[in-house]
Design a protein around this ligand. Structure first.
Ligand code: SF4
Length: 214
């Protein structure tokens, strides 16, 4: 009975016909009421707005990702975010990049290094933090100085690429919520990445909602 209910009532996991033996591991001591609370509402996933096709990138383009827009959106509640627009940087806007100077990481203009938007972007995190508390995962745009998950170029002050890492918004998310599942659109291009992310979302959601007071 419980097995029948699980796919009917937690439809995101029908996406890839997952075998939810794991479901029983995660719910062993849960009351039906708590299980209802977890299953009946859709998971909440924050998404970089440009991946939904919104034309918010620095050059006025979008980066629509069909699997997110056409498939995932029917199984999850997607919460769009764009740190650079929310920081008031406008569209179009001068492109920025990450620059490391000793221990500090700054977000400065790619062509005009006197343009420093580090402070403006960190204010976005303060506004968005409460939304992230209610998320079960985040899908973020690769290589972005704000949203990149792991592959955003970081430059030295002399202008050479010294390493790669997360964008500034992602760094703040990881610092505050180290277990929150994060992925970029490139890692969702194949089945393995999608299934792995959904399982992480499922686990995180169970633990997040179980921790809420009744
Ligand atoms: S990568 Fe992030 S900051 Fe850049 S346009 Fe997309 S949502 Fe906005």
């Amino acid at each position: 009975m419980r097995n029948e209910r699980k796919t009917k009532r937690f439809p995101v996991f029908q996406l890839h016909h997952l075998d939810f033996a794991e479901y029983e591991l995660l719910f062993p001591l849960m009351s039906d009421e708590k299980e209802d609370q977890i299953c009946l509402e859709k998971p909440v996933i924050g998404v970089s707005r440009c991946l939904l096709g919104d034309r918010v990138r620095y050059d006025g383009s979008g980066e629509r990702t069909p699997w997110i827009v056409e498939i995932l959106s029917t199984h999850c509640d997607l919460l769009p975010l764009c740190p650079e627009v929310e920081a008031g940087l406008g569209v179009p806007r001068p492109p920025v990049r990450l620059v490391r100077n000793d221990d500090t990481l700054a977000v400065v203009g790619r062509e005009d290094s006197s343009l420093d938007v580090t402070e403006a972007l960190s204010r976005v995190w303060k506004d968005r933090r409460n939304d992230v508390v209610g998320m079960d995962g985040l899908i973020l745009k690769s290589r972005s100085p704000s949203c990149g998950v792991a592959d955003t170029p970081v430059f030295s002050e002399t202008g050479t690429e010294s390493t790669r890492g997360p964008g500034v918004f992602t760094r703040q998310c990881v610092e505050a919520f180290p277990l929150l599942p994060l992925i970029d659109e490139l890692s969702l291009e194949n089945e393995v990445g999608r299934v792995s992310f959904l399982i992480q979302v499922f686990r995180y959601r169970c633990r997040r909602l179980q921790a809420l007071p009744h």
